[in-house]
Design a protein around this ligand. Structure first.
Ligand code: ADP
Ligand code: TRP
Length: 334
């Protein structure tokens, strides 16, 4: 049986952070061994919010270097740049005819962007989910490793695929968001305000490029409170987030100690010391981030290698994309 096709993308709009790692890249690295994987840098998507392209080329290379530093193997997975595959734009055009203004206007990310960039509500922003659907369907992918924030975009991709199949014939399988273990991941910002993200509060975002002392500073400033006052309290989400980060980077013993301390706190007797917990987390996080940061920095200096990787990825991605676009042309235009 041939392997299932996997696809995912990351926008080159800034430095990659822990949310990207645990929501997406950690899965890429595992999936490359079990599936036929396509991963790409979504540089067209970044134009919907970042029209100034001065820093774009370098940002594309940084995303590639950071992914490789995290363990992505470009011999196992196809890794390419979106704009190197014009077939995606052609599929996007076709899917646009099946996407309705009303449903696009209702998507959460579009409504957020209307609020945050009211002076640039462009049509690309409105049709962002259509381009994302084209990214996925161009390789007829079925599994899409992404964080929880992408669920709605995946649902829309299925809708467009279904409409296409219904009208022109069965070409596309249905794609679903994927995470090992089932639950999609959402890493919160360290200040407790929403998800960790490339463009939000930088002091509350842990980047894979952060130096040791910055990591320490950010974690020690993370939002906490005076601690639980009852045994087995429910954790507020900003505390739960610290535990999530600890589970991802510390040893089981360390996590267990702080879980026990949290759960055994009772009236007037708060056992857990968030100051100590954050110090421990900071050191474990440094051990986690440092090798990635150093390897990514090293790779970014090797522009010949990165150019070679980009070229190789483009060739492989286009081979798959052109097969799909041939089917689409035949189905739609005969
Ligand atoms: P950002 O939102 O930081 O700009 P992208 O939109 O490029 O990042 O997202 C790339 C991948 O990282 C997507 O799969 C997305 O779901 C995942 N991701 C981004 N932020 C988080 C987060 N805070 N928690 C979990 N996954 C996330
Ligand atoms: N919209 C995704 C994000 O913001 C990035 C992306 C673009 C993507 N195309 C994709 C993710 C296709 C998965 C599949 O994170």
């Amino acid at each position: 049986m041939s392997k299932e096709v996997v696809l995912s993308g990351i926008r080159p709009t800034g430095f990659l952070h822990l949310g990207n790692y645990f929501g997406a890249m950690r899965n890429y690295v595992r999936m490359q061994n079990d599936y036929h994987c396509y991963f790409f840098v979504a540089n067209w998507h970044s134009l919907t919010t970042h029209p100034d392209t001065k820093a774009l080329k370098q940002a594309v290379k940084r995303v590639i270097a950071e992914n490789i530093a995290c363990g992505l193997d470009t011999e196992k997975a196809v890794f390419y740049v979106q704009s190197d595959v014009p077939e995606i734009a052609e599929l996007y055009l076709n899917l646009n005819m099946l996407a309705y203004k009303g449903e696009l206007e209702k998507t959460t990310t579009f409504k957020d962007k209307v609020r945050t960039q009211p002076d640039n509500v462009n049509a690309g922003l409105l049709t962002y989910p259509v381009l994302q659907a084209a990214d996925i369907l161009i390789h007829r992918a079925v599994k899409v490793p992404v964080g929880k924030d992408q669920e709605q975009n995946l649902e829309m991709a299925r809708n467009f695929a279904q409409r296409f199949n219904h009208r022109y014939g069965d070409i596309f399988p249905m794609p679903y968001a994927f995470n090992y273990g089932g639950e999609l991941v959402k890493i919160l910002s360290l200040d407790g305000n929403g998800k960790m993200s490339k463009s939000e509060n930088q002091m509350a975002t842990l980047y894979l490029a952060d130096e040791d002392d910055i990591i320490r500073k950010k974690i020690l400033k993370a939002k906490t409170d005076s601690g639980p006052t009852e045994t087995n309290s429910v954790k507020p989400d900003y505390i739960d987030n610290l535990f999530t980060l600890m589970k991802l980077t510390s040893t089981e013993d360390v996590v267990k100690k702080y879980e026990d301390d949290f759960n055994n706190s009772s009236a007037g007797n708060c056992i857990i010391r968030y100051g100590d917990m954050k110090k421990q987390l900071a050191e474990d996080m440094i051990n986690f981030i440092k090798p990635i940061r150093e390897k990514a920095a090293e790779l970014q200096k090797n522009t010949d290698l990165l150019d070679k990787i980009i070229k190789q990825g483009a060739d492989k991605a286009r081979a798959s994309a052109s097969a799909t676009i041939e089917l689409v042309r035949k189905a739609v235009l005969g």
